[in-house]
Design a protein around this ligand. Structure first.
Ligand code: NI
Length: 246
C-alpha cells in the first residue's frame, strides 16, 4: 500500500519529539542567527548552523540572560507546530455556522473561511517555494512576491470540507519535503532576499511559517469572539481577545 499525502501528514505528526525539561515558564527561548548553537556531530565536524534530522535532543546553552535553542530542536519544534495546524483548523472550522465561518472584522479583513484559503495559498506559493528559492538562489534574486488575496478566487464557492482536506494534503506533502530537506542537512543561516523586507535567513523563514500558523489560529478565534462582543456585557473588560486593535 502506498503512502498518500494524508498518511504522510499523520506520519509526520506522530514523529516523537524529545523534550528536555524546561526550567520554568519564564525560561523563554530566543533564537537568532548570531545566538543559536548547532549541536556538533560525533566527530565534531558539523559546522555552526548546520542541522540534521538525527537530532531532537534539546541542547541549550545558558548565557547571562537567555536560554538558546539549538538548531535541531528548533527544526523539531517547527515541524511539530506545522504538523498540527491542519487538525487544529479543522476542529475550529468544521461545523461552524455559516454566519461565523464567514464573519470578518471589516473591509479587507479575513473571515475564518478566508484564513483557511490563505493558509492553502501559503503552502502553494510561499513557504516551501521560498525555502527552495533560498537554497537555489540565496540572496542573488528576491522571492517572487506573494499575493495575500490570491486565495479569494481559488476558494470561491468551494465546500469547506474540500478545502480542509486540501490544506491537510498540501501541508502533509510540504512537511514531508521539508523533513527531507532537513534530513539532508541544511544551513539555517542561509540567506534569502524578501521583496519588501530585504535580507532574511532560512531560520527566520521557517520559524515565521510556524508562527504565521499560530497567528492565523489566533485570528480565527478572535474573529469568532468578536461576533459576541455586544453580548458579554461588562465582562468585556476581562476579555483581552475583544480589545485587539484591528
Ligand atoms: Ni498571513
Amino acid at each position: 500500500m502506498s503512502l498518500t499525502p494524508e498518511d504522510l501528514a499523520w506520519f509526520v505528526a506522530l514523529q516523537p519529539v524529545a523534550k528536555a525539561p524546561r526550567n520554568g515558564v519564564s525560561d523563554r527561548r530566543r533564537m537568532g542567527s548570531r545566538s543559536s548553537v548547532a549541536k556538533p556531530a560525533a566527530d565534531g565536524s558539523v559546522p555552526r548552523g548546520l542541522i540534521t534530522a538525527t537530532g531532537g535532543e534539546r541542547v541549550t546553552e545558558e548565557t547571562t540572560n537567555e536560554t538558546i535553542i539549538d538548531d535541531d530542536a528548533l527544526a523539531e519544534d517547527i515541524l511539530t507546530l506545522l504538523a498540527r495546524t491542519p487538525g487544529t483548523v479543522r476542529v475550529l472550522l468544521e461545523d461552524l455556522p455559516p454566519d461565523l465561518l464567514h464573519a470578518d472584522e471589516g473591509e479587507g479583513t479575513f473571515s475564518p473561511f478566508s484564513v483557511l484559503g490563505h493558509l492553502i495559498q501559503g503552502e502553494i506559493d510561499d513557504w516551501l517555494p521560498r525555502t527552495r528559492w533560498i537554497l537555489e538562489h540565496g540572496r542573488q534574486r528576491p522571492f517572487p512576491p506573494f499575493d495575500r488575496f490570491a486565495h479569494i478566487e481559488r476558494t470561491r464557492n468551494r465546500p469547506l470540507d474540500e478545502l480542509l482536506t486540501e490544506f491537510e494534503t498540501l501541508r502533509g506533502t510540504g512537511l514531508a519535503a521539508l523533513r527531507e530537506v532537513i534530513r539532508e542537512g541544511v544551513d539555517l543561516d542561509a540567506g534569502g532576499l524578501h521583496p519588501e523586507l530585504g535580507e532574511v535567513t532560512l531560520r527566520q523563514l521557517l520559524t515565521t511559517w510556524a508562527v504565521h500558523d499560530l497567528n492565523h489560529i489566533a485570528q480565527i478565534t478572535r474573529v469568532v469572539a468578536h461576533q459576541f462582543e455586544d453580548e458579554v456585557g461588562p465582562w468585556k473588560v476581562y476579555l483581552p481577545i475583544l480589545h485587539h486593535d484591528r
